[in-house]
Design a protein. Structure first.
Length: 307
């Protein structure tokens, strides 16, 4: 999971490293100072609410200063490259970069040009590792797996615009590494059979899965990545692939509903289900701070020790 002191991807995730981070996040082991005098830069070149604010809060809770940069208001708008932007910020004495970018692979590219840790906060359709770790934290908590973070026997169904989704790709890799069975589900345009290359089952029949899953993870239609063109109509999509009240009523006892946010209520998930008793969506947001605290602290520790 770690690439030296960079956290870039869940592909090929090392289960032991993931379990270490999840245990530390679950225990909130790094609460209080630890990064006093350090500076974390949030480079968010694509919009974000949850990830950006939770990294800010996490860094502040660890005692670090935070500087924020977006594509608007930075010299990226004058044509400066991502790499030049990143090393310019590094040259000012920043200790870690948290990067969100619209381009798949941008974070890995930046990591090759700076010496300080780079944490991927979501790059294009590629990866969003701290979201997957947040989701794993909540699955482990909801299903009583916090002892060893062994997800054997758990069936996670990820539903929606999978082809556009960095959250799905990160979760597929991480949850499988932790032992879960993962099924990807959606209409063929959003969930083509080729996604079985992620090592997951692929299905187009949500109704055949909804009473089998321990976790229903609903994904947003990613209109900014062409999801709208793959959507005949929001009403039809909701009827065929939305987590409606009727479908949620068929879920197994103890099964949970997840959504990484932001949600299109009434499209991929009914508002009543998002706010209902099976939903851990608010817990996902809370857990995001814990995971990001652990990720920042471990990244800094690994940089200090020369990992
Ligand atoms: N889940 C997620 O990445 O949300 P934001 O885009 O609001 O950060």
């Amino acid at each position: 999971m770690w690439n030296g002191h960079h956290l870039l991807s869940c592909r090929g995730a090392d289960a032991a490293q993931a379990r270490e981070l999840l245990s530390l996040a679950h225990a909130d082991a790094f609460d209080g100072a630890g990064l006093n005098g350090r500076t974390v830069a949030n480079l968010f070149f694509e919009d974000s609410t949850r990830t950006r604010v939770s990294f800010t809060i996490a860094a502040q809770k660890l005692g670090a200063r935070v500087v924020d940069l977006g594509s608007k208001g930075s010299s990226l708008s004058k044509g400066e490259s991502l790499i030049d932007t990143a090393w310019t910020i590094e040259s000012m004495g920043v200790d870690a970069l948290v990067v969100r970018a619209a381009q798949s692979g941008a974070c890995e590219l930046i990591s090759r040009h700076v010496d300080i840790p780079v944490i991927n906060a979501g790059d294009g359709m590629h990866q969003h590792p701290t979201q997957a770790l947040t989701d794993a934290l909540n699955i482990g908590r909801a299903h009583g797996r916090t002892g060893g973070w062994d997800f054997s026997g758990l069936h996670v169904v990820i539903v929606g615009d999978v082809v556009s989704s960095r959250v799905a790709r990160s979760n597929a890799a991480l949850l499988r590494a932790l032992g879960a069975r993962v099924t990807l589900c959606g209409p063929a345009m959003m969930c083509p059979g080729s996604l079985s290359g992620l090592g997951c089952e692929v299905s187009h029949d949500l109704d055949a899965l909804v009473d089998q899953a321990d976790v229903m993870m609903m994904l947003r239609i990613q209109f900014e990545r062409g999801g709208g063109a793959r959507l005949a109509s929001s009403r039809l999509y909701h009827a065929c692939y939305g987590l409606t009240l009727r479908r949620a009523a068929r879920m197994k006892e103890g099964a949970i509903v997840m959504h990484p946010g932001p949600m299109n209520r009434g499209v991929e998930i009914a508002g009543e289900v998002a706010d209902g008793s099976r939903s851990v969506i608010r817990d996902q947001v809370e857990g995001g701070v814990l995971v990001r605290k652990a990720a920042l602290r471990l990244a800094m520790d690994r940089a200090s020790s020369g990992s």
